[in-house]
Design a protein around this ligand. Structure first.
Ligand SMILES: Nc1nc2c(ncn2[C@@H]2O[C@H](COP(=O)(O)OP(=O)(O)OP(=O)(O)O)[C@@H](O)[C@H]2O)c(=O)[nH]1
Length: 432
């Protein structure tokens, strides 16, 4: 049975109440009550927990990244200037705790170091892509943990990338296009023309127009300002016409008339950072801090992170539907994966066994062949040996025969000698 909906803050008096109206003591409400207080609970909780915001600044060395961040957050975060002689692009990560009234903000600024300084700039975007992915991966790992602790987890996913374009007044560089193309599906990009005070008003307009045309023609996605929220729709819908934002950074305080403003003092006058006629700094500050910070965070979570998570889980073999388009549970996928893995193991084991047998057979055949070769060699050597022995035997026999002959001849000659001697003696005796 449907119950009568009750709106505690605007209860409609029934008839009896109306009749008794004159006797009823009317109370004026001092504060909110009922479930209209829910947003206040959220606000209080958020204030207690504090906010975090992660900005990635991509731009060439000395283009004004740190100065702009300092101007935005009214800080002095810059430590020292970067060198132009790094062989690779690096990233400098700094986290600060800022407080404005009772609102705490944990701000992480990731600055590129050495961007655009290498001769070969082909891989300059890679460390940036790797960093963005690594933060998504860390969050995914936390999500997949059995014991998750998101309350004290420092979410380091990049919420916005401020891409600093050199104020050449010409066009985007190939490095800009390459990097933007590689990160546009991973992060909310807000393109900025850095040091916009170096361009004249008309050059700046032409440059803005040129850049936007180039971004569109190269299919580069930049942050889309949401127009579904009534409170920000007007500001956001006009924002696209101002992109890329022409920014000027300065923490210097300069006197203009009786006022002290932040600006850059030049011989011909003062450029006021917070003057909307001079540059788009205020627009950028409003986007980041007043109107779109929450949307940037939400877009990061629901769009960019979701993209990463989806690809990662698909890579791991997970899917929401089976081959016949029927929904499949995590358990079913796990079982199927386990079965697939064990089948694969078995297949690999069998293949390995087969390969091993084949190898053993091949080795056996090689050994047999080697053995046969050795045997043949042995037989051959044996035969040669036998022949040599026989030859030697023959030679010995001949030698022995020669010795016997020699002795025989020797004996005969001795006999002959004795006989001759005897005859000579006889002859001598006879003559006497
Ligand atoms: N004309 C002009 N100069 C600026 C602007 N912003 C910064 N600079 C100057 O440019 C120089 C470099 O500024 P940084 O903020 O240190 O630049 P970076 O990009 O952080 O430099 P690395 O971190 O060393 O790469 C400083 O001398 C700044 O005063 C600007 O909007 N206009």
């Amino acid at each position: 049975m449907a119950e009568k909906p009750m709106n505690m803050s605007t209860q409609i008096p029934d008839e009896e109440d109306v009749r008794k109206e004159d006797n009823i003591r009317s109370l004026t409400m001092l504060d909110h009550f009922g479930f209209e207080c829910l947003p206040h609970q959220l606000v209080n909780k958020s204030i207690q927990q504090g906010f975090s915001f992660n900005i990635l600044c991509v731009g060439e060395t000395g283009i004004g990244k740190s100065t702009l961040i300092d101007t935005l957050f009214n800080t002095n975060l810059k430590d020292k200037k970067s060198s132009h002689f790094y062989s690779n692009v690096g990233l400098k990560i700094q986290t600060y705790k800022l407080q404005e009234n009772n609102v705490q903000l944990k701000l992480t600024v990731v600055n590129t170091v050495g961007y655009g300084d290498q001769i070969n700039k082909e891989a300059s975007y890679q460390p940036i892509v790797d960093y963005i992915d690594a933060q998504f991966e860390a969050y995914l790992q936390e999500e997949l943990k059995i014991k998750r602790s998101f309350i004290d987890y420092h979410d380091s996913r990049i919420h916005v990338c401020l891409y600093f374009i050199s104020p050449t007044g010409h066009s985007l560089k190939s490095l800009d296009l390459l990097t933007l193309k590689n990160i546009d599906t991973k992060v909310n990009i807000i393109p900025l023309i850095a040091k916009a005070d170096t361009l004249s008003k008309s050059d700046l307009q032409k440059f803005k127009f040129k850049i936007m045309n180039e971004l569109v023609s190269h299919g580069i996605q930049i942050y889309q300002f949401p127009t579904d929220d009534q409170s920000t729709a007007q500001v956001n819908s006009s924002m696209n016409g101002h992109l890329p934002l022409a920014v000027v950074g300065s923490t210097d305080e300069v006197k203009v008339g009786k006022r002290v403003v932040r600006g850059r003092q030049y011989p011909w006058g003062v450029l006021q950072v917070e003057n909307e006629n001079h540059c788009d700094f205020v627009k950028l500050r409003d986007i980041l801090l007043s109107t779109n910070m929450e949307d940037l965070k939400q877009q990061t979570h629901t769009w960019h992170y979701e993209n990463y998570r989806c690809c990662k889980l698909q890579e791991m073999g997970f899917s929401d539907v089976g081959p016949n388009n029927q929904p499949v549970s995590f358990q079913e996928i796990y079982e199927a994966k386990r079965q697939e893995f064990s089948d694969q193991c078995q297949r690999e084991e069998e293949a390995l066994k087969l390969k091993f047998m084949q190898l053993v057979k091949e080795k056996e055949a090689t050994f047999k062949e080697a053995e046969k070769e050795l045997q043949d060699k042995f037989e051959h050597l044996k035969r040669v040996q036998q022949e040599k022995t026989m030859q030697l035997e023959e030679e010995r026999r001949q030698l022995e025969e020669e010795i016997i002959d020699f002795y025989k001849m020797k004996a005969a000659s001795e006999t002959l000698k004795t006989q001759v001697c005897t005859n000579i003696k006889k002859d001598k005796d006879h003559k006497k």
